[in-house]
Design a protein around this ligand. Structure first.
Ligand code: XMP
Length: 430
């Protein structure tokens, strides 16, 4: 399928992704490419209609300026440069130009067609996957998170039962979460959806481990272990699909910026499991992934699921995880989510959850002294999770939640609301 593209050349600016997003919002495909891309590689992309050279403050790698390959100027494509004083582009801007100027560049100077949308993306990606995979099988670790769920739905559309999904329940999922995954995908996948209840195994490994980093490490390693064991049992799998999305690609570092974090959805595959990787959504921003999920028929609560850390309730059960506290935090979380939904806050608040610390305090119930755990409520708003503010929840709603948790969750005698913004606090407690 023909698809016009405007490429943003990465010269170290932190605004590359924002410009690409702006262009895609105008229904023209845009991609950020490395500064040293060769003209041939660029033209391989087909239908490139224009180039934006985006310089900026960070246009340095190890103290040296980065520049583009001079031949890019000879491609006969419209080029604008932003904050890139050496540049030979016809038009240079000191800073990111106004929306109007960018729109004029996209549609008048480059004459790009508005043909980027989720339906076209799905159609093109389905065909690309079919052409690549042919009659081979693809394995996917399906966590139930937005990204892996949308990849699963896309692959089901493309190759149906050639997709094998493994869902590992590490025992640290939210209430009914694994059941939800099974419910959504078992209809299409049947026995190709492999459910592994590894709860006991994880909880045993985590016994008496109090250090947060150590807990994370154990959960991560054990997950890979379980997944590999399942993969070894399967025959004739050639591909491994991953729910990598564009922000993962960008955060893993480009040539001009050091990686914020290394990204491995399923890292650490041993030598004997040699899969070819497919990452169908590696070019999509999160909102596009969600749109894609809806277009593929996934339920709204799965598509708009709030972020949930890979180590799950393990980071919200502080100190060494015990089954009683894990149970309490899961039940309290379910109540919080139910009441947020009742009050319409689930659509308004970015992330909300409960935490259980590893200390007790005195309370009184039915005339008797209790010595039980507190539950902490966290409800934050943020754009990028780097900073966060607190949602001011109506006192009436808080009251309902507090009373329900105290009445329904065993082993809890206080409920606290954490009012600390990020920074100084983080979103999770760990
Ligand atoms: P903090 O606690 O650092 O969290 O303010 C920022 C955001 O990241 C989420 N988070 C994770 N997400 N895997 C994830 O995919 C993880 O291991 C993980 N740990 C924290 C956290 O929920 C918050 O939204």
């Amino acid at each position: 399928m023909k698809q016009d593209k405007i490429v943003v050349i990465d010269l170290g600016s932190t605004e590359n992704a924002a410009i690409a997003r702006f262009i895609r919002k105008h229904q023209v495909y845009s991609e950020v490419l490395p500064h040293d891309i060769s003209p041939a590689t660029l033209l391989d992309r087909e239908n490139v209609k224009g180039i934006i050279l985006n310089g900026g403050m960070n246009r340095l790698v190890d103290g040296a300026n980065v520049t583009i390959v001079d031949e890019l100027y000879n491609l006969n494509l419209p080029i604008i440069a932003i904050d890139y004083p050496e540049s030979k582009a016809e038009v240079n801007y000191d800073e990111i130009p106004s929306d109007d100027i960018l729109e004029t560049f996209i549609f008048e100077t480059c004459n790009a067609d508005k043909d980027w949308n989720v339906d076209n993306f799905i159609a093109a990606e389905v065909k690309r996957i079919q052409d690549e995979v042919k009659d081979k099988k693809v394995l996917l670790a399906l966590s139930g998170g937005v990204d892996s769920s949308v990849v699963a739905a896309l692959l089901i559309k493309a190759i149906g039962k050639q997709l094998v999904c493994v869902h590992v329940n590490h025992g640290l999922m939210r209430k009914d979460e694994s059941e939800g995954v099974i419910e959504v995908f078992s209809k299409d996948l049947g026995e190709n959806l492999i459910y592994v209840d590894a709860s006991e195994r994880f909880l045993t490994k985590l016994e008496n481990v109090a250090d947060p980093e150590q807990k994370r490490k154990i959960i991560g390693n054990e997950f890979i272990e379980v997944f590999n064991e399942e993969a070894r049992k399967l025959d004739g799998i050639d591909y491994l699909a991953q729910g990598t999305i564009y922000s993962d690609v960008i955060e893993s570092g480009t040539k001009t910026s050091k990686g914020v974090k290394s990204h491995h959805n399923v890292g650490g595959l041993p030598e004997d499991l040699q899969f070819k990787l497919i990452e169908p959504m590696a070019q999509l921003f999160k909102d596009e992934v969600r749109e894609c999920g809806l277009a593929l028929g996934l339920p709204e609560d799965m598509v708009f699921r709030q972020p949930f850390p890979g180590p799950g309730l393990g980071v919200r059960t502080l100190g060494a995880i015990t089954r009683d506290r894990l149970h309490a935090v899961r039940e309290a979380d379910a109540i919080l989510r139910e009441e947020f939904a009742n009050a319409g806050l689930n659509k308004k608040v970015w992330q909300y959850f409960t935490v259980i610390p590893n200390f007790k305090s005195v309370g009184v119930k039915d005339g008797h002294r209790t010595f039980d755990y507190p539950i902490i409520i966290r409800a934050v708003n943020t754009v990028d999770a780097m900073t966060a503010t607190i949602e001011p929840i109506d006192y009436e709603i808080l009251n309902i939640i507090v009373n329900r948790i105290l009445a329904e969750v065993e082993g809890v005698n206080r409920v606290l609301y954490d009012l600390s913004p990020k920074p100084i606090a983080t979103i999770e407690w760990e």
